[in-house]
Design a protein around this ligand. Structure first.
Ligand SMILES: [Fe+2]
Length: 449
């Protein structure tokens, strides 16, 4: 039994036991202790913009539906008919008036209330309809349109849970001059052979791009590979609660002109290589300045040059929301949802989508290479003699600045932070709140900025 050997011993300082990637029993425990009690990212609220619009997602490996009811409220319903347990919604997205189980026709409204049982007179007096509504996630909260749920009633408020990641979510949203993104441009789903944690490790891994993605960098302007070299000024930062960033903002160089000539020398700030994100164009910078003021406009453009990991299942990279769904211990599903910005020109948004496709799309120049690495790691982890994987790169030069651990862009600061959080959650037995209980008398709570 996993418990007998002590789960906490599987993450020992910066060493991680290979069983974290291949052990089925440990995977089941992760579903309870991590996905069963953390805030888990589900989708952006624009994906379910209208009443009856839905997306089917998973909270860990449990199927659920995110929908919007007639009152405009977001509902997170477990996808499980209260009659025989079948999923009541099969499509990945769509719009419905209600959810009807195909097995025996039981029907639920958008709030999950049971509203129809065929030939109901066969159920006797003891039958209590009121306990046959769909289960709901214990807590649902949104932050700037990002919808999260928790299966545990006792957990921190979402905003405190987000810790240092909140600042970067704000930056991502403030790239829009009205502070809102839209996630309705379709998405791209893929499955890889390998544990779910490989994708999270990789999304904030600044050590791999010059090797795995070499062919892409070689097509970029001179100097692009400096971004992830041993002498890059880029950083890694742990943001608390297992969240982290790959911070490319120190690489940003002011550039004059570039369509914002009206600003007369106003810097349009961008990375040495803009291969992954569109450059500000047209009057975009002016719009940001009138919305947020000059200082904040510059800050937003600079600080958006990060890859953000929100524990346990979200990466924000380039223009995309990337959701990681564990299927089984060595099968993972990833959903990439590129976003557009409210309040900017079509030209700017089209450029965002094209930039996304170039590196991250199904036949793109970057992301598919990573999948091959996950599969190779997954196979390699079967070697039993080598029990430990070590995330000790940059350990001695790691610093604590304003309470956050900071390292070089090629260092393993994010991975160490991820596994420290993993250990903290996995080591506390079921029933214990992983964090100090929040005041959670309400069934669901909604928060915005
Ligand atoms: Fe990569």
């Amino acid at each position: 039994m996993t418990n007998e050997i002590g789960v906490e011993s599987l993450v020992d300082g910066c060493r991680v036991n290979r069983r974290l990637y291949v052990d089925r029993e440990l995977f089941a425990l992760e579903m309870d202790r991590i996905f069963g009690r953390s805030w888990v990212f589900l989708c952006h609220d624009s994906e379910v913009g209208e009443p009856g619009e839905f997306r089917t997602i998973q909270i860990g490996n449990q199927p659920a539906i995110v929908t919007r009811d007639e009152h405009g409220d977001i509902q997170v319903l477990m996808n499980h008919c209260m009659h025989r347990g079948a999923t009541v919604c099969q499509q990945s997205r769509g719009q419905v008036k209600n959810f009807r189980c195909w097995y025996h026709g039981w029907t639920y409204n958008l709030r999950g209330e049971l509203i129809g049982i065929p030939y109901a007179d066969a159920y006797g007096r003891a039958f209590d309809r009121s306990v046959k509504n769909l289960f709901k996630a214990a807590r649902v909260a949104t932050y700037r349109g990002m919808v999260f749920a928790s299966l545990a009633a006792e957990c921190d408020e979402l905003v405190s849970y987000l810790a240092g990641a909140k600042r970067y979510l704000d930056v991502f949203m403030d790239l829009s001059p009205v502070g809102e993104i839209i996630a309705r441009s379709g998405g791209h789903k893929f499955t890889y052979e390998g544990n779910w944690k490989f994708q999270l490790e990789n999304g904030v891994d600044g050590y791999h791009p010059n090797f795995v993605h070499r062919s892409f960098w070689e097509m970029q302007p001179e100097g692009a590979m400096d971004m992830f070299s041993g002498t890059s000024p880029g950083l890694t930062r742990a943001l608390g609660n297992g969240h982290s960033i790959l911070d490319m903002s120190p690489l940003v160089k002011p550039r004059a002109g570039n369509g914002s000539a009206k600003q007369d020398g106003a810097p349009v700030r961008s990375l040495p290589s803009d291969g992954l994100k569109p450059k500000p164009m047209g009057d975009y910078f002016d719009k940001l300045v009138s919305a947020w003021g000059y200082e904040r406009a510059v800050e937003v453009l600079e600080q958006s040059n990060v890859n953000l990991l929100i524990f346990p299942n979200l990466l924000i990279i380039g223009v995309q929301l990337r959701t990681i769904t564990p299927v089984d211990v060595t099968t993972t599903e990833v959903y990439q949802q590129p976003t557009t910005l409210k309040g900017v020109s079509d030209e700017m948004n089209i450029a965002r989508l094209r930039a996304h496709e170039a590196f991250y799309g199904p036949a793109a120049l970057g992301a598919p290479d990573d999948l091959e690495m996950f599969a190779r790691c997954s196979r390699g982890m079967r070697v039993r003699e080598r029990e430990w994987i070590t995330f000790d790169r940059g350990l001695e030069r790691e610093r604590v600045i304003n309470g956050e651990r900071v390292g070089h862009i090629t260092d393993e600061v994010p991975q160490r932070a991820f596994y420290a959080r993993w250990r903290e959650l996995m080591a506390s037995p079921a029933g214990d709140a992983a964090r100090a209980p929040a005041n959670s008398h309400t069934h669901a709570s909604h928060q915005t900025r």
